[in-house]
Design a protein. Structure first.
Length: 438
């Protein structure tokens, strides 16, 4: 807060919404900060820039950004020799006059990192910028995870970041950028290991700052044709259904430019329709971290009734239509999660796992159904009830009260006839009245 906003600062602190300290800045400090942001990061022709995971699609896009900024010496590391598109792209860069050195090695292994550092010192100009873009996936729900699967995903992020920092900190790099993921912020079905690994990097960025290194963690959303979702069309389709649009390479490079020009430690970079995303992501509406974003999107005002849409329809429907409404919603949610436009391609009597539903989709479907019926469903829902008909019968058993709540007048005693009206909110009463006049 500015000094002239001191009353607002104390009011905000009194509400106990902050994490850490509330800071008051003078006009001069603000001016210096603005100048820093406008100046941006300096890329020098006579220095080198190191990218781990540099031969991957995301690493190559980062290399293109550095070259656009004027870099002439790049070091790209990876566990394998570059091949295919990466090898061709590297040759194109060399043909343009860029000195590109590729080194094979595993950044999570300390001895490999020391060897690569020695090789860089002997053959390349001094390193003045570092981007850690290495990472692997090994997705699976918690019940399928084990120590080795966690280690495989944690090593490149945790050991890799630490080894890279130890090997380059004495060079006093102008920037040390960590490619993290939105998974560590919002969580991601089936990616407990990946979320944990990236959460370490988010925290490590803060540690780096305390040591005087300009460290930035970027929590990336999905990239188009790059990154961890590359080649996973079903994953992309599901993300689009939930309001997440992939970042194009051009957008990504611009974001890197904008982010590195600012004096910040962590930032989320994602193309999101927050209304749709917050509705689809289980537990997000209750997460105070996103409260201002969701409120700004109008989510709380417009989606409260939406959350109860299924129960409202069931409660207000004649008894003979209730089951049909519930089944239709289960079909619709299943189609959405599986990436279908309509449920026509789904057999209600065959196990969904045999029709292409994987364990991650199972978690997403369970979360959608839990939010819609406002009843906590078991995590093992799709394992215990594998078909749509099985799911329908189980949920029906959980909603016995709702499925029977609205009966015709003759099925109730005189005292019971209108008791349920007292429990309805304003929107539910309007729906009931409108239905009577249809």
């Amino acid at each position: 807060y500015k000094m002239e906003e001191v009353s607002d600062a104390f009011r905000y602190m009194a509400q106990a919404k902050h994490t850490g300290k509330v800071v008051l800045t003078t006009g001069e400090a603000k001016k210096d900060e603005t100048e820093t942001k406008e100046r941006g990061v300096e890329i020098r022709e006579d220095k080198s820039y190191l990218i781990t995971g540099g031969t991957g699609a995301l690493g190559m896009e980062t290399a293109r950004w550095l070259i656009e900024k004027g870099a002439k010496n790049l070091v790209l590391t990876g566990r394998r020799e570059p091949s295919g598109e990466a090898a061709a792209a590297i040759e194109e860069l060399r043909a343009e006059g860029v000195n590109v050195k590729t080194i094979r090695g595993d950044v999570s292994r300390r001895e490999d990192m020391e060897r690569m550092t020695d090789e860089i010192q002997k053959s390349m100009p001094e390193v003045k910028g570092v981007v850690h873009a290495a990472g692997v996936l090994d997705d699976g729900v918690i019940r399928e995870q084990n120590r080795e699967r966690f280690r495989a995903v944690m090593r490149p992020k945790v050991d890799g970041a630490w080894n890279l920092y130890r090997s380059t900190k004495y060079l006093n790099p102008d920037f040390f950028v960590l490619f993290s993921s939105i998974a560590s912020i919002t969580g991601s079905a089936g990616q407990s290991n990946y979320a944990a690994a990236n959460a370490f990097m988010d925290a490590f960025a803060v540690y780096g700052r305390t040591k005087g290194v300009k460290t930035i963690a970027i929590n990336w959303g999905p990239w188009k044709n790059s990154g961890m979702t590359s080649g996973h069309e079903k994953v992309k389709t599901r993300l689009e259904n939930f309001g997440i649009t992939a970042i194009t390479p051009e957008e990504g490079r611009k974001l890197i430019e904008t982010i590195t020009a600012k004096d910040i430690t962590g930032v989320i970079a994602i193309n999101a329709d927050w209304k749709r995303y917050s509705s689809a992501l289980y537990g997000m509406k209750e997460n105070p971290f996103f409260s201002e974003i969701i409120a700004a999107s109008g989510h709380k005002e417009k989606n409260h009734a939406k959350e109860k849409e299924l129960l409202n329809k069931i409660n207000l429907a004649p008894p003979e239509e209730k089951n049909e409404i519930l089944l239709a919603y289960i079909n619709k949610f299943t189609a959405t999660v599986m990436g279908y436009d309509t449920p026509d391609n789904i057999d209600k009597e065959l196990p969904l796992m045999d029709q292409g539903l994987d364990s991650l989709m199972a978690v997403e479907l369970r979360n959608l159904l839990t939010d819609s019926i406002e009843t906590e469903l078991p995590v093992s829902l799709l394992f215990d009830y594998p078909t749509i008909n099985d799911i329908f019968n189980f949920i029906k058993s959980q909603l016995t009260e709702s499925l029977q709540e609205v009966q015709y007048k003759e099925d109730r005693t005189e005292e019971e006839t209108f008791d349920y009206i007292d429990e309805m909110d304003h929107n539910e009463l309007l729906n009931l009245i409108n239905k009577e006049f249809e």
